[in-house]
Design a protein around this ligand. Structure first.
Ligand code: SF4
Length: 239
């Protein structure tokens, strides 16, 4: 095979899912995007997905959505996707799977395509028709667009959700009786006192650690002086 032919061969993307379940079993959390939520609203998947959707805050301003299995005792398969059927090795939302999963293992960065997992067992398996290659590329591009759109919109949605929570809290406060308000104020001031107590305990701990450090420095210094003196004596004796 000539160099040119080898390069063309290396560039070909061939991937067919072997249904080994490796990716669905190993992913601890699956990123989802606004596109997934929109589609799930229309096809009815959202009601199944809701218990597994989490909003993760990444300071200072970034937020992201993900699917994550809740931690339950005695779960025989604690890792992996909440939609993965371990017995039958199938995805329970296959026809509406997250764009992240549909594109795997191909990705697009706005300029070119690349592989996100060189170890996927499906790589090099079987053949790719021109239709399946176009579909894989389209899915990688859809994924890229979903990531871009969500990055721009999620912080606003997060702010809206927080705003809604604040509004609901204010509404709830306005319906409280004077007696309930008094009770709530007492509880809040108790929790404030506890916070103050804790922080003064912590600062006490810190200052005792500092004085411990200082005394250790002093001991170290004394020991160093003693060693220096011994060395000096040894030197004189040798002379
Ligand atoms: S949503 Fe489906 S394809 Fe994606 S990780 Fe879960 S089981 Fe696998």
């Amino acid at each position: 095979m000539s160099d040119a032919e080898t390069k063309t061969e290396q560039k070909k993307f061939v991937h067919n899912c072997t249904k080994c379940g490796q990716c669905c079993e190993k992913w601890q959390e699956i990123p989802i995007y606004i596109e997934d939520l929109q589609r799930w609203v229309y096809d009815g998947t959202l009601q199944y997905a809701m218990p597994f959707i989490q909003l993760e805050e990444i300071p200072p301003i970034y937020v992201r959505l993900k699917l994550k299995k809740p931690e339950t005792e005695n779960d025989p398969n604690p890792s992996g996707c909440p939609f993965y059927d371990y017995n039958n090795k199938i995805c329970n939302v296959y026809s509406s799977m997250p764009v992240h999963c549909a594109a795997y293992p191909l990705a697009y960065n706005g300029e070119k395509y690349y592989l996100v997992d060189m170890d996927s067992p499906g790589l090099g398996q079987g053949k790719m028709t021109s239709e399946s290659l176009s579909l894989a590329r389209k899915r990688a591009k859809d994924h890229f667009e979903a990531v871009t759109n969500s990055s721009a919109l999620l912080p606003y949605i997060y702010t809206l959700i927080l705003g809604e929570i604040m509004r609901k809290s204010q509404e709830a406060m306005s319906t409280l009786s004077d007696e309930d308000k008094e009770q709530l104020e007492k509880l809040l001031s108790k929790s404030e006192d506890k916070k103050k107590e804790k922080s003064s305990e912590e600062s006490l701990d810190e200052s005792s650690e500092e004085s411990l450090d200082e005394s250790t420095d002093e001991i170290d210094k004394d020991q160093t002086d003693q060693i220096d003196q011994t060395e000096e004596t040894d030197k004189k004796e040798t002379t």
